[in-house]
Design a protein. Structure first.
Length: 201
């Protein structure tokens, strides 16, 4: 039933005969009452509003003051939110894209491709290349791994070594031993990338 404009309340009634388009009300309704046949929505909404008001009242004086200030100065709040958003976008444009610092050793990668077994590739290609590359003060260590049809040789640079100079030295030694390697083996120097870059690749 509608008590006042915008306010509704449930009332218990007794019904009689019920048809497809009508229901007989025996008691609980008198002349002049305004009946809302789908009033459960309005009653539930009113109860929720009352509950929210109770929760707001129990939030505490500080929280209540903040909420009231936000409602009162909503234009200033929107301005601060927009300013924070613009500042964040500007900071993202100038931030470094390297989210993970690269702590890997500087290295030069030699890639060998030969459609043979790992054992044969290790004997005929990877082993001779490693032997040709050892013996330089600019090289800290050499690591190699052979797989089915291809192998990687990682030349780890020493601290303070010049990458272009070591890369040229590696290229010269690979070219010098190239006639001793299988003619159909493809040997190439990888691009200037760190270990983390090769993992992402």
């Amino acid at each position: 039933m509608q008590q006042e404009p915008g306010q509704f309340a449930a009332r218990e009634i007794h019904t009689g005969i019920q048809g497809e388009l009508y229901t007989q009300v025996l008691d609980g309704v008198k002349d002049g009452d305004q009946v809302v046949t789908f009033g459960s929505f309005f009653i539930d909404a009113e109860q929720k509003l009352k509950g929210d008001g109770a929760d707001l009242a129990s939030a505490g004086p500080m929280s209540l003051a903040i909420i009231r200030a936000v409602i009162r100065w909503r234009a200033a709040v929107w301005f601060l939110v927009a300013a924070a958003l613009v500042t964040s976008l500007w900071a993202l444009r100038g931030a470094s894209l390297d989210a993970i610092p690269d702590i890997s050793d500087p290295q030069i990668v030699v890639y060998a491709k030969w459609p043979r077994s790992p054992q044969l590739l290790e004997t005929e290609v990877t082993g001779p290349l490693v032997s040709a590359l050892v013996g330089s003060a600019d090289i800290q260590s050499i690591r190699a791994t052979s797989h089915m049809g291809y192998s990687f040789i990682y030349v780890i640079l020493a601290n303070g070594a010049s990458r272009p100079r070591v890369q040229q030295m590696v290229l010269d030694r690979v070219n010098s031993i190239r006639p001793q390697l299988p003619s159909d083996a493809n040997i190439s120097i990888g691009p200037n990338a760190s270990s983390m870059g090769w993992i992402y690749q």
